[in-house]
Design a protein around this ligand. Structure first.
Ligand code: PPE
Length: 304
């Protein structure tokens, strides 16, 4: 990871190396935080952040759902994110806002712990590798199940919940896969450790509904809209493990992962083992939208 000069913390810009926390921060012990992952892209009119306001709204909604008191609104956090990008003179970058509980209380009752907010940004290339983005990645279905919606708040990016993703990711990588695919407690497909899944079969695009325990990803929503507007049939429906094996095409979506083709699942080749036409079209539409090359979706961009 390549450091930048400043990180925004609790209302001011501090030097990268000074953006530290106390070891008795509540969030460090119990995962009491929410975060976001946002990307900015270089466009003809300068850097633009993709759906910045929606990400910040998801962050503030998530904090409220977990009852983490937050004194900043989505609009103020949006301004702060712009400031971070501008002062660090970043173009295309990844933006990581984090709301977390600091010191003031120990034990599971967080009352008394102070809320902190940080926004960092840095250059971050292809999440699952350039090769993966081009030719597809290898995925393994995890032995870990996705946290069920009765156990946490799937719509919020709560930091503690990511320990579930990390178990799956570690297992997948140890088995030689690039990424994990998690099923929910009912055995239907939920999502990747940090991405939403899409399958294509006989020209129909299908993705699990949020009720399956998947985060309703902003990239997911964008890709659904882009593909539908392009004439594709996209269904939100429960998917089984065999649906994945029988797919002609499969891909992951996420802010970090963008649109990443999947070429293999559990040692079974998906389609011919190379990115298919719908996957390539989704990638093309998404990359054109985020870089301001599609007039119809320019409202998704917030220019710096
Ligand atoms: N599911 C999960 C579990 C998830 O973490 C993400 C984002 C998504 C789906 C896709 O959501 P969206 O970014 O709104 O399209 N994962 C973030 C964190 C990745 C990380 O390694 O950290 C991200 O992509 O920024």
């Amino acid at each position: 990871m390549e450091p930048v000069t400043y990180i925004w913390m609790d209302g001011e810009l501090v030097a990268w190396e000074d953006a530290t926390v106390h070891v008795l921060s509540h969030a460090l012990h119990y995962g009491t935080g929410v975060f976001e992952g946002i990307r900015a892209y270089d466009t003809e009119s300068g850097p633009a952040v993709f759906r910045l306001t929606e990400h910040m709204e998801r962050l503030t909604r998530g904090a409220a759902a977990y009852q983490i008191a937050l004194s900043y609104g989505a609009d103020e956090l949006t301004k702060a994110a712009r400031e971070v990008i501008a002062t660090n003179e970043l173009g295309a970058c990844y933006i990581r806002p984090l709301v977390f509980l600091g010191t003031g209380s120990m034990g599971l009752n967080p009352a008394g712990a102070k809320t902190h907010v940080a926004i960092a940004a840095w250059r971050w290339g292809a999440y699952l590798g350039d090769e993966g983005l081009r030719n597809g990645i290898r995925v393994g279905v995890s032995s870990w199940r996705r946290l069920h919606q009765t156990m946490f708040i799937p719509d919020a990016k709560g930091t503690g919940g990511y320990i579930n993703s990390i178990l799956a990711r570690l297992e997948a990588n140890a088995a030689g896969f690039d990424e994990a695919l998690l099923l929910n407690l009912d055995g239907y497909v939920a999502e990747g450790s940090g991405e939403n899944l899409f399958l294509v079969r006989n020209g129909v695009v299908r993705t699990p509904p949020p009720q399956a325990g998947a985060l309703d990803g902003i990239t997911r929503q964008s890709v659904i809209e882009l593909l539908r507007d392009d004439g594709a049939v996209v269904e939100e429906t429960n998917l089984t493990r065999s649906d994945v094996y029988y797919a002609d095409e499969a891909f992951f979506t996420g802010t970090a992962a963008e649109v990443t083709p999947i070429r293999e699942v559990d040692h079974r080749t998906i389609g011919p083992g190379t990115p298919g036409p719908v996957t390539k079209r989704a990638q093309e539409l998404f990359m054109n939208a985020v870089t301001g090359r599609l007039d119809d979706y320019r409202h998704w961009l917030e220019y710096i």
